[in-house]
Ligand binder design. Structure first.
Ligand SMILES: [Mn+2]
Length: 243
């Protein structure tokens, strides 16, 4: 089979002219390094374009970005809630629905993890320091490719454990929100030392639905665990394409 096509969700400018769609190039390089071909999915795509594209995609990567509109999980906005795009929320929530419906392998990163959780009825803590204190810097000041906090993973019976083969990771961290109420059919399987949830996956292990709160796309240059995550989702996409 030719290289799997991996949909990669993009950000969108908010109240800027000209309006743009954009994504950090690290995601594209990471998907390519894993053996996939990234296909950018911009919130500006029409319903017709989305319908035409979706059946051709073999896998999905949900990327990082701004905060989810809090009404999506039944809350009013926290003063620190920022960079909300209702168009992006709508696209990505739709993509989660499509991926679950069609059993398309999905790897969700940072905001993507939170989108997955909210799509399944969960909620987020809108500002991590309010709920967890500031013992761990989840909005790290260090460079994007530098790991700054530990994550403990549940390895037994988890996909992430099978992919990474370790229960201890050191990760980079660029988020000010985190999972609060867990969405249905999801399991929390990774935690920072302050108990912030750092990884989720689907309770049905036959599905490839894996989500991390850190940014492995920034680590692939020097971290075999980060590379393994992208290889795993591309391999799952390839395997699905064969059936
Ligand atoms: Mn973190």
């Amino acid at each position: 089979m030719s290289a799997p096509l991996i949909g990669v969700s993009t950000s969108v400018t908010i109240d800027e002219y000209p309006e743009r769609a954009y994504v950090n190039a690290a995601y594209l390089r990471a998907v390519e390094q894993g053996g996939g071909v990234p296909v950018l999915l911009a919130p500006q795509l029409s319903a017709a374009a989305r319908d035409a594209l979706w059946p051709r995609l073999d896998g999905l990567v949900l990327t990082g970005g701004g905060d989810i509109e809090p009404s999506r999980f039944g809350e009013a906005a926290h003063p620190k809630t920022a960079l909300v795009s209702t168009d992006r929320d709508a696209l990505e929530l739709e993509l989660v629905d499509r991926a679950l419906r069609d059993d398309v392998p999905m790897f969700a990163i940072c905001r993507g993890l939170q989108v997955l959780n909210v799509a399944l009825g969960g909620s987020v803590h809108q500002h991590v320091p309010d709920a967890f204190g500031d013992g761990i810097q989840h909005s790290q000041a260090a460079r994007r490719d530098v790991a700054t906090h530990d994550v403990k993973l549940q390895t037994e019976g988890t996909r992430l454990g099978a992919i990474l083969g370790t229960s201890e990771l050191r990760v980079n961290s660029f988020h000010h929100q985190a999972v609060h109420r867990l969405g249905r059919d999801l399991r929390d399987i990774g935690w920072a030392p302050d108990n912030v949830i750092e990884a989720l996956e689907h309770a049905d292990r036959r599905r490839f639905v894996v989500a991390v709160q850190w940014h492995p796309e920034e680590l692939v240059g020097h971290d075999a665990a980060a590379r393994a995550l992208f290889t795993a989702v591309v391999d799952a996409a390839r395997a699905r394409g064969r059936t």
